[in-house]
Design a protein around this ligand. Structure first.
Ligand SMILES: *[C@@H]1O[C@H](CO)[C@@H](O)[C@H](O)[C@H]1NC(C)=O
Ligand SMILES: *[C@@H]1O[C@H](CO)[C@@H](O)[C@H](O)[C@H]1NC(C)=O
Ligand SMILES: *[C@@H]1O[C@H](CO)[C@@H](O)[C@H](O)[C@H]1NC(C)=O
Ligand SMILES: *[C@@H]1O[C@H](CO)[C@@H](O)[C@H](O)[C@H]1NC(C)=O
Ligand SMILES: *[C@@H]1O[C@H](CO)[C@@H](O)[C@H](O)[C@H]1NC(C)=O
Length: 336
């Protein structure tokens, strides 16, 4: 999550004066498939096997679903969580079963009330989704991204933007502990300093291959750390490698080639990919770093479509003003 009101106001007034996006071509084709009528801040996205999008918001305790195949798509409520005001990260950890992080979140400072952070499971394998609480993160104040770990159905990893850490949660027992804590995950503020504005360290995180990839909003960095799992415990198997410095990075999607499609505030989608010699580079594929582009306004996260071959080349990007934008990644060879 990341919201700059000043840029938001600027972008909206810009939008009002230039109603068409056509005069500002971007390298990849995009289509706005949904605009929340009340500009609901969309925080994160996961995609069901059927292709339906699951959407979370830091401004709502309701998990929403959106059908990207419908002409005038609407947000349909799936479940509203008690004792919370926000849902941040969401990840599928077993086929058809999604975990998500809820909290009572102060969106002025991006910090959750101590004791309010919980991890829930929503199982879509029956006609009516079955909801149960997995556990809690009683010491966390910085709930943000969430990822599952391939071939480890009992493991969830949750970003803590305040502590600069990654929590491991056992999906069966609900037990949790800090698995990795690193300066590369920290916000540039000491943990006991009073936060008066949005200050996020680690934000989005995803496991691909043997690596945990993560974005640090405050440092503007995109990095990865090799993982190992010993007796069910996830730990760093080496030091953090910084792959790119991009700007105000949020969440991202990783494609089948291992490239990252990163939502960057105020208005870009950046592709971060390896080049010869072991280094990585980046390319804005939608919008630009100035944010004076009407296509993506405060992009927050991205996920590839599912359901058919065509959909796996479509990247769905959520934004802080309630947009869901479909990006056709075919030209860049993007595929889930
Ligand atoms: C979608 O919305 C537009 C504008 O309100 C309307 O003209 C059109 O009939 C709708 N299409 C469908 C399939 O509902
Ligand atoms: C919500 O909080 C109330 C009061 O603390 C508690 O009784 C209730 O069990 C909580 N609900 C959930 C779903 O945790
Ligand atoms: C959010 O935090 C700020 C800074 O500590 C505080 O002034 C404000 O009252 C808090 N808002 C809510 C709704 O608690
Ligand atoms: C965006 O802002 C930059 C820097 O101010 C400017 O050079 C560029 O022309 C602007 N682009 C558009 C589409 O207005
Ligand atoms: C996606 O882009 C490719 C290449 O530009 C194009 O051939 C294809 O028709 C596009 N697909 C959709 C659904 O827009």
């Amino acid at each position: 999550m990341f919201l700059s009101l000043r840029i938001l106001i600027y972008t909206i007034s810009f939008l009002a004066s230039y109603s068409t996006a056509l005069s500002f071509p971007t390298s990849l084709p995009t289509q706005l498939i949904f605009q929340s009528p009340d500009s609901l801040f969309l925080e994160n996205i996961a995609v069901r096997f059927s292709g339906e999008l699951l959407l979370t918001s830091v401004m709502s305790p309701t998990l929403h679903m959106l059908n990207p195949f419908s002409v005038n798509a609407t947000l349909d409520a799936v479940h509203t969580f008690d004792n919370s005001t926000a849902i941040t990260g969401i990840a599928e950890y077993q086929p058809g079963i999604f975990a998500m992080v809820t909290s009572v979140l102060n969106t002025t400072i991006g910090r959750a009330a101590l004791g309010s952070v919980a991890v829930w499971s929503v199982d879509f394998n029956s006609a009516v989704p079955v909801v149960h609480k997995i556990g809690a993160l009683p010491e966390s104040r910085g709930p943000n991204g969430l990822t599952s770990v391939p071939d480890e159905p009992d493991v969830l990893l949750a970003a803590d933007s305040a502590a600069g850490a990654v929590w491991q949660i056992n999906t069966r027992t609900g037990a949790s502990h800090i698995a990795i804590q690193d300066p590369a995950m920290s916000p540039t503020i000491s943990s006991n300093e009073t936060v008066s504005a949005l200050v996020f360290g680690i934000n989005g995180l995803h496991v691909h291959g043997r690596f945990l990839y993560f974005a640090n909003s405050q440092l503007g960095t995109f990095s990865r750390v090799p993982l190992k799992i010993e007796n069910g415990a996830v730990m760093a198997a080496g030091s953090v490698q910084q792959l790119a410095t991009i700007g105000s990075v949020d969440d991202f999607a990783i494609d089948s080639q291992g490239r990252a499609w990163v939502a960057v505030h105020p208005g870009a989608l950046s592709l971060v990919f390896p080049v010869a010699g072991g280094s990585w580079t980046q390319l804005d594929v939608v919008g630009n770093s100035q944010g004076n582009n009407s296509i993506l306004i405060q992009p927050t996260s991205a996920a590839f479509g599912r359901g058919n071959l065509l959909q796996t080349q479509m990247l769905y990007v959520t934004t802080g003003v309630g947009q869901v934008v479909r990006v056709n990644t075919t030209e860049q060879g993007g595929e889930f």
